[in-house]
Design a protein around this ligand. Structure first.
Ligand code: SF4
Length: 490
């Protein structure tokens, strides 16, 4: 019977993860080696940040852009790209759109006159920005936030006769939201990187000795992929210019506090990355330890993760609680959709849920009180399916712990959550505890516990005031705009 159940229980669960944001990379080789192979390898390493489209740009050519994953291109196409785009300067981008259209034209890098640019983040006031761009020929209603920013940079350069730093300084007063840019101009031999003054999205600088190559990237895992060492983080508000013989850093804007996205630490970032000097791998294990202190469950028999990003937290929880860790849910790595991390098809007009396949291993939890650790609870639909599978497999009692606080408000800084009404925790109850109790009943667990911002920040090892928790708190003050919401922001 058990074997029958195991064979029959190949469970299609549409993991309702939030949509990813994007990843950027910029490379310059001072020994004039071809930068394109490094950009391709770095983009592969950043694929978890965007699976809709990717692209590479070098000076003097139109950007090369494709829908889908880098690996889909095949070796012959990548070899051809490497030969035909041979250049010591290159930038690249993997995309999940949070603003603008979903087609190849909107994939990045984008080229506006001599400027090629790639963007990670979301400019949350694009309507206002597009209204004040002068002398541009694009149509704002179809433009992505990146295209609007690129046009504005070019426009500022043309009108003000200043450099990129001055253009970004002027622009930073007008732009609200999050941005990490890599860019170059056909007119000068340098790669540039810029990060918004709050530091919502991560960005690092690395160096590869053997080809004297500098690499800027969204995450340090991209540096590891090209055998470059991590030099440092790009500072919030910093513009870095890396030329063949000089490197120049300028702070183009400052903010009274930083707002590093806390969701990067629980879900988005690659576990092999280091952000703001913090190992994501170690932080996630500590998050599990923090949950074990916040929610001790003495009669638990086994701790299991919802694969994959909650695994380290589940290990940390099990270790701290002195409970066995096991894999009660396995991803079917050979399913057609298993390689996709997010839940939206990358092609326009085909926005259907990706069924990631999860196999329950009933021997792990049958007859037991199982503690299930997940990295977030967004709509609650996948949690409901997972709980049903655990019940069918004979779990005696189910406690679910979520490493991220309740997501009650939309993100306008680069992460595309569902609408506020679609969020599981959304409701008119007076207290958060009442909302959590409703969600607990809806997904069908015996106990539901969410992390809180203070515990999460302490576990990560950062000051809670230097992190963004807007999607949990509704406090949009760091963003620079106050969106209209169904539930009022604090
Ligand atoms: S609102 Fe949430 S997802 Fe968006 S930047 Fe802030 S912490 Fe990250």
């Amino acid at each position: 019977m058990l074997l029958y159940f195991l064979l029959c229980a190949l469970l299609g669960v549409g993991l309702e993860k939030v949509k990813e944001n994007c990843g950027v990379v910029g490379v310059i080789s001072r020994s004039k080696a071809n930068a394109v192979p490094l950009v391709i390898d770095a983009l592969r390493a950043l694929q978890h940040r965007g699976q809709e489209a990717w692209g590479v740009a070098v000076p003097g050519k139109n950007p090369y852009k494709k829908l889908g994953l880098v690996i889909d291109a095949g070796q012959r196409e990548l070899d051809l790209l490497t030969r035909e785009y041979n250049s010591p300067i290159a930038i690249g981008h993997v995309r999940y759109s949070t603003a603008g259209r979903k087609d190849l034209e909107s994939a990045q890098p984008l080229k506006v006159k001599d400027l090629c640019i790639a963007h990670n983040g979301t400019l949350s006031n694009i309507k206002e920005l597009s209204g004040v761009v002068g002398g541009c020929t694009f149509t704002p209603q179809h433009a992505s936030d990146t295209l609007i920013a690129a046009n504005k940079i070019v426009d500022h350069l043309r009108q003000k006769k200043g450099g990129f730093s001055k253009a970004l300084k002027v622009l930073s007063d007008e732009m609200a939201g999050s941005y990490c840019f890599t860019f170059f101009s056909d007119n000068n031999d340098a790669v540039y990187a810029a990060r918004d003054p709050r530091g919502f999205r991560p960005m690092v600088v690395g160096y590869r000795n053997n080809t004297q190559t500098y690499v800027v990237a969204s995450e340090s895992i991209a540096l590891s992929a090209v055998q470059a060492g991590l030099v440092r983080n790009l500072q919030p508000g910093e513009l870095l210019k890396i030329g063949y013989s000089e490197m120049k850093s300028e702070i183009f804007a400052t903010a009274d506090s930083h707002a590093h996205c806390s969701f990067e630490y629980t879900y988005f970032a690659h576990p092999g990355s280091v952000m703001e000097q913090i190992s994501i791998y170690e932080a996630r294990k500590r998050i599990g330890v923090g949950l074990a202190k916040k929610f001790p469950i003495p009669d638990a028999d086994v701790v299991i993760p919802v694969p994959d990003s909650a695994r380290l937290a589940a290990m940390g929880y099990a270790e701290a609680a002195g409970k066995p860790f096991d894999e009660g849910l396995l991803k079917d790595r050979y399913s057609k959709k298993g390689r996709f991390r997010s839940f939206i098809e990358p092609h326009k007009g085909d926005r259907v849920e990706i069924n990631q396949w999860i196999i329950p291993i009933v021997q792990v939890f049958e007859g037991k009180h199982v503690v299930v650790i997940d990295d977030s609870l967004v709509r609650g639909t996948s949690s409901t399916e997972i709980v049903k599978a655990l019940r069918r497999g004979g779990a005696r009692k189910i406690s679910m712990l979520i490493t991220f606080p309740p997501i009650e408000f939309p993100c306008f800084a680069g992460i595309d959550f569902p609408t506020q009404e679609e969020l599981a925790i959304f409701g008119s109850e007076a207290t958060l505890a009442e909302k959590v109790e409703r969600v607990r009943k809806t997904i069908g667990v015996d106990f539901l516990g969410y992390n809180d911002p203070k515990t999460l920040a302490e576990s990560i090892g950062m000051d809670v005031n230097s992190m963004c928790f807007t999607c949990a708190t509704g406090n949009y003050s760091a963003l620079g705009v106050t969106p209209k919401l169904t539930l009022g922001s604090s």
